[in-house]
Each structure stands twice: as structure tokens, then as C-alpha cells.
Design a protein around this ligand. Structure first.
Ligand code: ATP
Ligand code: MG
Length: 316
């Protein structure tokens, strides 16, 4: 049962697009289709893509717009069941034993049953996602799964197969309604097929110029139209260069923010050179672009933008 505070799942691709727009997420139809189907079919959504393209944000926006809790499992090397599912609160259990001893409570069986009850259980995101929730099935974000190792994937597979977990001392916890699962990966390694097979897969690509401009207008509305256009055109050109790490949408937003802080209303070579650190995070990349290369890109985008304006004016 879904509570009145939680919104119903979108009933169409259009409704999914509207939902994302309500969370200030600019999506194209193919992404909205993937999200709609994952929600409709109750399948985990597996989002893969480069850094900063808006994968994690999708889970956040779904939780916010659907009025569901967001349970986030940040993955890292060595992540195990005790950090992902549950662990016993040993310190509290020890204290309880000491208190029982001090009070001369002799019933050992009762004490054992007591210290392995829910009161002493530390619930981690995966277990929380299986529990009944008054706000409806929560959004479970399993972020950056590629950072974990294979044993954890196998363990996760079990949970994702039947949305249940067994705690030997307590019993089986089974979700009445499966959580809305969003898994992200930066593809630093391939995720096992068995996981992918259970999910709806979507590759989140860099946006094209039009969509990136829309994102910038949504996320940094105080940027002037001219500045936003130039920033997007510059970043789009940078992504075609041979760099160690291409800028994501996150960097485009950061750069526009930085330029506004510097009171810029359009790009100039000096300012570009001095603010490249918002876009590029490796010294080799910065050294490659700073100076001649940046000036050349600026020149190219100026010509392209004015040509596009002339064309638009002649059509009007
Ligand atoms: N389509 C979009 N609409 C609105 N905002 C977006 C969009 N894509 C990216 N963003 C913004 O870009 C920033 C980065 O997004 P996010 O953190 O989700 O990226 P990510 O793909 O998870 O990156 P990483 O792999 O580094 O974790 C966020 O501020 C997000 O709001
Ligand atoms: Mg992320």
C-alpha cells in the first residue's frame, strides 16, 4: 500500500518526462522511456556512463518527485554485508550483558534472545529498503557499483532476485512492495551479466548542445543566454579533444557558476585560461588546452554562434 504522501508512479513516458522536469532534470525521450519501463516493470534501473553526466541525480529526483525516501548505498572496495545490509550492535549487546550480570538476572536463554532482537540491530540501506515504509516503496540508490568487488555483486544479486534477506537470529525480511532500485556505474570495470540481466540498462551519454543548454538554463538560471550558449559550445568542443578526462555536465554547471562569480557575461581568452580548473581536473589536460588551443576554440565558437544567429534572424 502506498501512503497519500507518496505520488503514484508515472503512467506514461510523457508523465515520466513531466516528473523529471518537476525535479529540474532535463531528460530526453529515450531516458524517460527507460525510467518509465523500469518503474512499470519493477525492474532495477542500471545507469552506466562517464562521470558527471547525471546518473546519481536521477535517483535523487525520483525520490523527491515521487515523495519516497532515498536510501543510498555508496559502494567502495571491500564493501560487505555488514555495511550494506545489517550488523549487530556489539557495544550495546555487551552493555546489556553487563547490566544483566550486575542485576543477577540468571536466565541465559532469555538474555540471548533479547540481545539478538531488533533493538540491537543496526540496519543498513539494503535492509531498510526491504522494510515496510509509510511513504511507499523507497528509492534505493546503489551508487558506483563498479567500485565494489565480485563477492559483493553475488550477494547483491541474491537480494535483487527476491527482495528478501535472512537474518538467522530474527528470520526472513521480505519487501511487501519492491523498492525502486537505481544502480549506477562509471564503468571502471564491467559489472557481471547476471546483475545486468535483472535490470533495465541505460547508457547515460553526454548531452548534445541543445540539451546541455537546457540543463544550464535550468540549473544556473542567472547565467545570461549569451554566456550559457558560449559555455555550452566551448564544453561541447572540449569533449571532442583528446583529453585524459572529459568534462561532464557537473563541470559545465560549475564553470558557469564560477564565471558568474567572476561577473563575466561572455567568454574571453584570459578568463577561460584562468578558470579552466572548473572544467578540467588534470594538469596535463589544462596544459594542453590553456593558451593557443583555448583561444582557437573560442574563435571557432564565436563564428559558429554568430552564423547561427544570422541564420535564425533570416528565418524569423
Ligand atoms: N539532465 C540533467 N538535468 C539536470 N541536471 C543535470 C543533468 N545531468 C546532470 N545534471 C547535473 O550535473 C551534476 C552531476 O550529476 P550527477 O552527480 O548525477 O552525475 P553522475 O553521473 O552521478 O557523476 P559521477 O559519476 O561523478 O558520480 C548534478 O548537479 C546534476 O544536477
Ligand atoms: Mg554519481
Amino acid at each position: 500500500m502506498t501512503s497519500p504522501t507518496a505520488s503514484a508512479l508515472p503512467a506514461s513516458i510523457e508523465a515520466t518526462l513531466d516528473l523529471l522536469a518537476a525535479g529540474r532534470y532535463v531528460a530526453d525521450r529515450s531516458l524517460a522511456t527507460a525510467i518509465f519501463l523500469a518503474l512499470k516493470l519493477r525492474r532495477p534501473l542500471f545507469l552506466e556512463g562517464e562521470a558527471g553526466v547525471g546518473k546519481t541525480e536521477i535517483a535523487k529526483v525520483l525520490s523527491q518527485t515521487l515523495g519516497r525516501d532515498l536510501l543510498r548505498l555508496q559502494c567502495y572496495e571491500g564493501l560487505d554485508a555488514s555495511a550494506a545490509l545489517y550488523e549487530w550492535n556489539y557495544a550495546r549487546q555487551m552493555l546489556e550483558i553487563r547490566l544483566a550480570e550486575a542485576a543477577h538476572e540468571g536466565d541465559k536463554n532469555k538474555l540471548a534472545a533479547d540481545i539478538f532482537s531488533e533493538r540491537f540491530l543496526i540496519k543498513r540501506p539494503l535492509l531498510q529498503a526491504l522494510e515496510p515504509n509509510p511513504r511507499g516503496a523507497p528509492v534505493l540508490l546503489i551508487d558506483e557499483l563498479d567500485r565494489t568487488d565480485e563477492p559483493f555483486e553475488a550477494f547483491l544479486l541474491e537480494i535483487l532476485s527476491d527482495f528478501q534477506a535472512t537474518i538467522p537470529e530474527i528470520g526472513v525480511v521480505k519487501a511487501a512492495e519492491p523498492p525502486i532500485v537505481v544502480i549506477t556505474s562509471n564503468r571502471t570495470r564491467e559489472i557481471h551479466d547476471a546483475i545486468k540481466r535483472r535490470c533495465y540498462y541505460y547508457w547515460v551519454d553526454y548531452p548534445n548542445a541543445q540539451r546541455e543548454l537546457e540543463i544550464l538554463r535550468t540549473k544556473v538560471p542567472i547565467a545570461s543566454r549569451d554566456l550559457a550558449e558560449e559555455v555550452v559550445a566551448f564544453v561541447q568542443k572540449l569533449r571532442k579533444r583528446d583529453l585524459f578526462k572529459l568534462p561532464g555536465v557537473a563541470e559545465t554547471i560549475d564553470w558557469a557558476d564560477a564565471l558568474i562569480q567572476l561577473d563575466q557575461t561572455s567568454l574571453n581568452p584570459e578568463m577561460v585560461d584562468n578558470s579552466l580548473g572548473a572544467l578540467l581536473k588534470y594538469q596535463d589536460d589544462i596544459a594542453k588546452i590553456r593558451g593557443t588551443e583555448a583561444a582557437q576554440i573560442l574563435e571557432e565558437i564565436r563564428l559558429e554562434i554568430s552564423a547561427a544567429r544570422v541564420q535564425a534572424a533570416s528565418r524569423a
